[in-house]
Ligand binder design. Structure first.
Ligand code: HCR
Length: 406
C-alpha cells in the first residue's frame, strides 16, 4: 500500500474508515499525525500571487480582449501553487492546520518589474471556516479580493471538496472588474496513501468589459491520459465565437491559440515563483499565523505527535473560552480587515451576465452559494486597513490580542 509501512499502514486504514462517516466539515476530520501540515489554511491565500509579474500584467494591456486573456493566463498560472505545490513529490498532500477566528497572514512580494504586492489574509469565520483575503499592487493599480470556505464529502474512497466563495479582480486604470469562481476538487491516491489534488468541473472568469473565460478541468483517464489537465476558452460574452483556446497541464505547461495558431505559451519551469516576505516571528502580531502556531509547528518538525496534539489543544481550548466570554459579554469578535455584506452589486451584475450567456450556450448557469454558507459576503474594508495602519484602532487591537493571549 503506497509508501506507508507497518503501523502507519494500519493507521491509514483506520483513517480511511473514519472519514467514511465524517460530516463534511474538513476542520473536524481527524487525520493521522504523519499527514499533518504545519501550514495553516489562512496562508493559502498567498498562492494567488506567487507570480506578481503575471498578476499585474493585465494592467499594461490597452486592449480589453488582451487584458481578459492576460487575466486568464495569470489565473491559470496560480493553479500549480494553489493545488499542487505542497505535493511536489507526487502524493504527499497534507492536512493543513485549521485557522482560528481572527488568525492573520500578512506579507508582501517584491518583484523587479511588478514592484510591491501586499497580502492581507484573515480567518473571518470559524463556524463555518472562512478565510478572506485582499492582495493589491498600488503601483499597477491591481486588486484581488475574495473569500473561501470548503464543503467536503467522502464517497468511493475519494474526498470531494466543493469550494464556497469567490474572488474578484479590479484593475484601476480601466475601472474593470473580473469575477472568478472557484473550482471543485477531489483528493486522488487516498487508497495508496499517496494523496494529491485533482481539479474538477469548471471555473468562469467574467469581466465587466464583456469577456467570459471558461476553464474545464480533467484528470487522468478523462480527456487525456495525463493528470491535472484543462481546456479553457475566451469569448465575448453572448457570442459563440471562440477568441482564444488555452490547453495543457496546469502543473506544468500550457499553450494559447488563436484558431490553430499558437500565440503564446507558459511553462512553470521558465517562471520561478517570487518568495513572500513576512516579518520575523518576534515582530509579528500574536494573531499572525506563524507566530500563533509556532509551538505546534515545532512539535510537528520534531515528529512529536503527543506534543503536537497538546499544543493544538491549547489553542483550540483558548478559542472556545474566548467565544464563551464574548457570548457572556455580548461583544462578538470584530474582524480586523474585512466586513461581511449581504449583497455585492458588482458580483451580482457579473454573475447575471455570465449566467445568461451560459444558459444560451446550453451550459448550466453559474450561481453563488447562499451567503449564509460563508457567514456573509466578505469584502476588504479599506477604512479598517487604513485605521490599523495609522494606529487609530490600536486600543481595539490591543484588546483583541490580550483576549487571545490570556
Ligand atoms: C482540500 C484541502 C483544503 C482546502 C485547500 C484550498 C481549497 C483552500 C483555498 C485555496 O485558495 C485553494 C486550496 C488549495 C488546496 O489544494 C486545498 C486543500 C488540498 C488538501 C486539503 C484537505 C483538507 C486535506 C485532506 C487530507 C488528505 C491529505 C487526506
Amino acid at each position: 500500500m503506497g509508501r506507508k509501512k507497518g503501523t502507519a499502514k494500519s493507521t491509514w486504514a483506520s483513517f480511511l474508515k473514519s472519514i467514511a462517516s465524517f460530516n463534511g466539515d474538513l476542520a473536524s476530520m481527524t487525520a493521522p499525525p504523519f499527514i499533518l501540515s504545519k501550514t495553516s489554511l489562512v496562508e493559502y491565500s498567498a498562492y494567488w500571487t506567487e507570480h506578481p509579474e503575471l498578476f499585474v500584467a493585465p494592467a499594461k494591456e490597452q486592449d480589453p480582449e488582451k487584458r481578459a486573456l492576460a487575466v486568464l493566463k495569470w489565473f491559470l498560472s496560480t493553479l500549480k501553487q494553489q493545488y499542487s505545490s505542497r505535493s511536489e513529490k507526487l502524493g504527499s498532500e497534507k492536512k493543513p492546520l485549521n485557522p482560528f477566528l481572527g488568525e492573520l497572514f500578512l506579507g508582501h512580494w517584491e518583484h523587479e518589474t511588478a514592484g510591491t504586492t501586499e497580502l492581507v489574509s484573515e480567518q473571518v469565520s470559524h463556524h463555518p471556516p472562512v478565510t478572506a483575503y485582499s492582495i493589491f499592487n498600488k503601483k499597477h493599480g491591481v486588486k484581488l479580493q475574495g473569500y473561501n470556505g470548503q464543503k467536503a464529502s467522502f464517497a468511493s474512497m475519494t474526498i470531494t471538496v466543493k469550494q464556497v466563495g469567490l474572488a474578484t479582480l479590479h484593475i484601476d486604470a480601466f475601472d474593470e472588474d473580473y469575477l472568478i469562481t472557484l473550482p471543485a476538487l477531489h483528493i486522488e491516491g487516498l487508497v495508496y496513501g499517496t494523496p494529491y489534488v485533482e481539479l474538477e468541473r469548471s471555473t468562469i472568469i467574467q469581466s465587466s468589459s464583456g469577456y467570459l473565460a471558461k476553464i474545464e478541468y480533467a484528470g487522468k483517464g478523462w480527456l487525456s491520459g495525463k493528470k491535472n489537465c484543462f481546456t479553457a476558452t475566451l469569448q465575448k460574452t453572448g457570442s459563440k465565437e471562440i477568441l482564444y483556446t488555452v490547453s495543457g497541464q496546469w502543473i506544468d505547461t500550457f499553450t494559447i491559440k488563436k484558431g490553430k495558431t499558437e500565440v503564446d505559451s507558459f511553462s512553470h519551469k521558465d517562471h520561478p515563483t517570487t518568495p513572500l516576505n513576512i516579518s520575523l516571528l518576534e515582530n509579528q502580531d500574536p494573531l499572525e499565523s506563524r507566530r500563533a502556531w509556532a509551538k505546534v509547528a515545532a512539535a510537528i518538525d520534531e515528529g512529536d505527535y503527543e506534543k503536537t496534539g497538546l499544543e493544538k489543544s491549547k489553542i483550540e481550548n483558548a478559542q472556545r473560552e474566548l467565544r464563551k466570554k464574548e457570548k457572556e459579554d455580548g461583544s462578538p469578535w470584530e474582524q480586523r480587515y474585512f466586513t461581511s455584506k449581504e449583497r455585492n452589486d458588482t458580483v451580482d451584475k457579473l454573475l447575471e451576465v455570465a449566467a445568461k450567456h451560459m444558459v444560451a450556450s446550453g451550459v448550466s448557469a453559474v450561481t453563488l452559494d447562499d451567503p449564509s454558507k460563508t457567514n456573509g459576503l466578505w469584502v476588504f474594508d479599506e477604512q479598517k486597513y487604513e485605521d490599523v495602519k495609522s494606529g487609530k484602532r490600536d486600543e481595539v487591537l490591543k484588546a483583541a490580542v490580550k483576549s487571545v493571549e490570556e
